[in-house]
Structure formats: C-alpha cells, structure tokens
Design a binder for this molecule. Structure first.
Ligand code: OXK
Ligand code: ADP
Ligand code: MG
Length: 565
C-alpha cells in the first residue's frame, strides 16, 4: 500500500505482526472474530502459526503453558468483551502460576466505550484485566506498537513471570504510517541475564544448611521453568539432601532418583529441621508451613525465589536467597561444599520410602477382574512412561490428579503439566495442544471424566491439526465418585453420565478406544501413542473408586447439622 506521494505505507495489522516477530513470537492461540479476524489471517499468510480453538479459555490455557514450557511468553488472541473475558481466566491462571503469557485482545472504540454509548461488545477491558495480571497496557497509536509489545513482553518475562494484557482497540489496526518510519521504530529487546544473590545472603543460607541435622529440599515448578535441572541435581547430589518435588516440579530430577523422598512426603516435612524451598512457595500446597501434620513450627527455612516479596509470606524465612535460581543455587552449592545430610536422618527417611513403595507396588499390580481402580489402571501409564520418558503428561481431575501424581514417575523436566497453583479444572485440552505444538513430542493426558468435560470440545481442535495426543478419560461416572445415591428426588450433584467419550472422539475425527481392564488399556495406549494421531481411551473405572476431593479432603467444608446420629 502507498499514499498519494507514492510513499510505501504499513498499517496496524502489518506492523503488529512484524513487531511480534521481532520479539521472537511465532505462534498464537485464539478464536477469531471482530475485530481481530484479519490479524490472524495476515499472521497465517506471513507463515506464522495460528491455532484456532473452539473457546477462548482453552486458547488462553494453551498460551499459558507454552510460556512455561518455552520460557518465553505464550500468546493468546481474543475478540472483544465476551471473548476477552473467557481469556481472562487463563490470564489469571498464568499470573497465579508464574507463567509468562500475553493476552492480546481486540476491543471496541474508546470514545464510545468511555461514554457508555452502547458499542458492539462494549467493555472497559483494560481496567477489568488489571487485577488479574502483572500489568495491563493499551496501544492507541500505531507508532506505539513496537514499544508497547516490547514493554508487555518484558513485563511478562522478567522478575516473577506472569500474565500481561494488551488492549488493541479496533481503530489501531486500520491506522497507517510510512513503512520506512515504522521500520525505524522497530527493535529486538536486549535479553537480560538472571540475577545472582549477594554473597552475604549466600553465606547465610550456607550456614543454615550446614547446621541442618534433618534437611529436606522442596523442588518447585520454578526450578523447571528456570531450566535449572542441572543445578538442582548438582545441589542435591553434592549434599545428599532428600528432596520432595511439587506436582510440576516432578522430573526436574527424575522421580526414580535414590534421593527422592516423595514416597515419605508427610514424615519428611513434619520431621525436618531445615526446609529448603527451591523455587517453591509455602502456600496451601505446603499447608502454609503450619498445618496439623507439619511438626516443629520452629523449623528453619531457606528459600530460593526470584521475588523478594515471596519471603516471609507464611513463615519467617531464616535465609532468603533472591535471584534467578539457575544462578543462585550454584552459588549456595559452592558455599556448602563438604556438607552431607546426616546418615541417620537419611536412613529414617529412605527406609520408609522403600517400605511405602513396596506397599504401593502391590496395589498397582493387583487386578481381580471387574472394573479398574485408579491404581491398576495408572500402573499401565506408569510403565509406558518409564519406557518412553519424553512423553508430555497432562493431568487434571481430583482422584485422577492425585493418583497420577503419586503413581506415575516423571523422568524429564517440564513434562508434567497439571492443574497447578489453583488446582483448576479445564486446563486439559488447551495444554495438550500447546505441549504437542511446542515440543513435537507425544502427549498423554490423564483426565478425570469431570475434568475432561470442561474442555472436551477442544478434541476437535486436536483432530483438526492432527496432533499426537492420546487422552485417557478415567471414567467413573462422577465428580469424585460415580455412585452417590440420589437425594431430594434429584440426581446427585456429584454424578455424571457414564458417557462413551471414545465415540465422541470418533465423531470429532479421531480414534476412540474402550478399555475395560488393564490389558485392554495397555494395548490401546501403545497403539494410540505409536499412531502419532489424536486418540481417546475411555478407561472404565469402578464408580466406587475415588475419595471426595482426593488428597485435599481436609479443605472441604462439611456441615454436621441434620446428620443422623
Ligand atoms: C508418593 N507417595 C508414595 C509414592 N509417591 N507412596 C509410595 N510410592 C510412591 N512412589 C505417598 C506420599 O508419601 C503421600 O503419603 C501420598 O503418597 C501422596 O503423595 P503426594 O506427594 O501426592 O502428597 P500429598 O500429601 O497429597 O501432597 C499434598 C499436596 C498434593 C497438597 C502437595 O496433594 C497436591 O499437589 N494436591 C493438588 C490437589 C489439587 O489441586 N486438586 C484439585 C482438584 S480437587 P504420606 O503418607 O507421606 O502423606 C477439587 O477441585 O474441589 O475437590 C475439589
Ligand atoms: P510449586 O507449586 O511447584 O511450589 P510455585 O508456582 O508455587 O511452585 O512457586 C514457583 C516459584 O518459583 C514462584 O514463587 C516464582 O516466583 C519462582 N520462580 C520463577 N522463576 C524463577 C527463577 N528463574 N528463579 C527463582 N525463582 C523463580
Ligand atoms: Mg470421575
């Protein structure tokens, strides 16, 4: 395009595309509509990838986990008002989980929105996004596109990573300016290296660790995000400190490592005198450091985190180590050289680890006919992943989540993608799309039947792009259990249909399997993953299998009023 003086022009659409590329973005996840359809179209014409979803929430979840896996912001694109709001759930999820993500959304005209004159999909998106992300920005002028996107990327990625909202009013896309001038404004932001911790803080942490008689290290998903697997392994192996991975921290060091204390988690946490939190938060997943089973309230904490504000959030932290864990952990490893976790403590922990593993093994390998339970079905997945560790394991549900975390060892970093800090249901299919597209390795999703329902329609997205995703629906016909008695003349609120999800997959263009026992499940899983095509295995689980709220039953609120004595 050029103007009357024959000066070549660009417009908001084209400049935005160029600038996203300048910032290393090559993929967007979204749903098209007014006013961003042509942005997605031009993006595709330019050779960039656009994954078109059935609902924005799932595109947002895909962007959030792409950010986690890749260590650079994942990008979601939504239409105004309702589409934007659907995307905000995922934006908030990214922020809560410390995943870098951009939500780009088209929005209606400012002047009409501000006077509340009833525009098409009128909403003050900029303000609504603010409390749900690290920052909310609006780009009003074409000239601000380069600086606006760079600013959004910088905010999402640096410090504690998180979600950033970028408001793109419809009028921006049609603005034009001379191409040469626009190109002069473009730049690639300079990368910033990870920060080290001050030597005095390193020395203080080393002192606390060296005095520990019963140390335990907790490995959070921040380690996996920071690609600090080698540094974490060196720290653990040089000190011999028993470690406990958090859900998505699993695989940072392989779960089958001899220093994993996961099979004795509660005792290790209750009994330790020094708890070393390595990019893991002392939040509800850690009983805020003060749960009933937590043991000695006076235990000392060493905490590694990129965010100073995280320190003393729930308990006093004796030795905060602030900086990029990939840089700070080797500092502390060097400073504790020669220290070894006391043998007596290790024996106490690992004798029980061995005993607990034996007990679990017996459950995993027992099948007496009839419908499967969580243990004998998940043993099939455990064995498959032991032989194929490069699988991306997506996991959500209550019992399906807790049992998979307990049973299935993860052997590589960033391979376990689960419900995260909120324990949110609905991440499943969005995560599958992202994992399949940013890693090119196979995906297995272990889904509770309730959890699957939140994003189930997105299996059409998976079949449309022919992604190598195998979904296992743990079908017990309910939330927690599938056999709760009806009450008040109604179907129990926890019951769901015992649905043929395998036929749903067939209808939407993939291959469906029905698995009634571990042998059928094993055969189906092997064939499905080997096909590298979209497959869904409907695994029939005993409706009586399951515990209300799984391992977090204690968080549920119950009423004793009116209960029969
Ligand atoms: C672990 N364990 C094992 C093994 N691994 N035993 C034998 N062999 C192996 N390999 C033991 C471990 O020691 C624990 O027992 C138990 O199994 C469970 O292990 P783990 O690691 O899962 O521990 P725990 O106590 O459940 O961890 C707490 C937690 C975790 C809060 C970090 O439960 C968690 O991440 N939960 C997320 C839940 C969630 O988000 N749900 C959302 C859906 S529910 P002990 O004896 O040592 O304790 C929902 O939405 O509403 O209900 C709703
Ligand atoms: P988990 O649930 O696995 O414990 P959380 O999400 O609660 O994990 O905690 C991860 C922590 O890691 C967050 O507090 C976050 O600030 C921190 N973090 C993220 N990236 C880095 C990094 N590069 N260096 C240090 N800490 C980091
Ligand atoms: Mg269920």
């Amino acid at each position: 395009m050029s103007n009357e003086e024959n000066v070549e022009l660009t417009d908001g659409f084209h400049l935005l595309i160029d600038v996203l590329k300048d910032n290393g973005i090559d993929t967007m996840y979204g749903v098209v509509g007014i006013p961003i359809t042509n942005l997605a179209r031009l993006w595709q014409e330019d050779g960039q990838k656009f994954y078109s979803f059935r609902a924005e929430q799932h595109a947002g979840y895909a962007a959030s986990i792409a950010g986690y896996i890749q260590g650079k912001p994942g990008v979601a694109l939504t239409v105004s008002a309702p589409g934007f709001l659907n995307g905000v759930t995922a934006l908030a999820h990214a922020t809560t989980n410390c995943f870098p993500m951009l939500l780009l959304s088209g929005s209606s005209e400012r002047d009409i929105v501000d006077l509340q004159q009833g525009d098409y999909e009128e909403m003050d998106q900029f303000q609504i996004a603010k409390p749900h992300c690290k920052a909310s920005y609006r780009i009003n002028s074409i000239r601000d596109i380069p600086i606006g996107i760079a600013r959004a990327m910088r905010t999402a990625l640096t410090g504690r990573p998180g979600g950033v909202y970028v408001d793109l009013p419809a009028r921006l896309f049609g603005q034009t300016m001379p191409l040469a001038e626009a190109n002069a404004l473009r730049f690639t932001p300079a990368p910033i290296g990870g920060a080290a911790a001050p030597e005095a803080d390193v020395a203080r942490a080393a002192e606390v660790i060296k005095a520990a008689k019963k140390p335990v290290a907790v490995i959070g998903k921040g380690c996996a995000y920071a690609r600090a697997e080698a540094e974490v392994k060196a720290f653990i192996e040089e000190t011999g400190i028993p470690f406990l991975p958090m859900g998505m921290g699993k695989g940072t060091i392989p779960d089958n490592h001899p220093l994993s204390a996961a099979a004795n988690r509660a005792r290790a946490l209750a009994g330790c005198d020094v708890c070393i939190l390595i990019a893991a938060r002392l939040n509800w997943l850690m009983q805020h450091g003060k749960g009933k089973t937590w043991g000695n309230e006076l235990k000392k904490y060493v905490q590694f985190d990129v965010l100073a504000q995280e320190m003393d959030s729930n308990q006093p932290i004796a030795a905060p180590v602030v900086g990029d864990v990939k840089v700070t952990l080797p500092q502390v490893t060097a400073a504790v050289k020669g220290y070894k976790a006391p043998a007596e403590w290790c024996k106490e922990i690992f004798d029980k680890v061995a005993a607990n593993k034996e007990k679990l093994k017996a459950k995993l390998t027992t099948y007496n006919g009839g419908e499967m339970n969580y243990q004998n079905s998940l043993n099939v997945v455990k064995e498959y992943i032991a032989a194929n560790p490069n699988v991306n394991l997506v996991n959500e549900g209550a019992n399906a989540l807790d049992n998979t975390r307990m049973v299935v060892d993860v052997l590589q970093p960033r391979r376990r993608l689960d419900t995260g800090t909120w324990g949110v249901m609905g991440i499943g299919m969005g995560y599958c799309v992202a994992a399949a597209t940013v890693t090119s390795d196979p995906v297995i999703a272990v889904e509770g039947d309730s959890a699957f329902g939140f994003s189930g329609m997105e299996i059409e997205t998976i079949t449309r792009y022919q992604l190598p995703v195998t979904i296992i629906v743990m079908n017990n016909g309910g939330i927690y259990k599938g056999n709760e008695a009806d009450t008040g003349g109604q179907i129990s609120c926890t019951r769901l249909g015992r649905v043929r999800y395998d036929l749903m997959m067939e209808a939407l263009g993939g291959k469906g399997y029905l698995a009634n026992n571990p042998t059928e499940l094993k055969a189906a899983l092997e064939e499905a993953v080997a096909s590298k095509k979209p497959c869904l295995i409907n695994a029939m689980i005993d409706p009586d299998a399951g515990v209300e709220s799984g391992r977090i039953k204690s968080l549920n609120v119950v009423s004793n009023i009116g209960k029969k004595k």
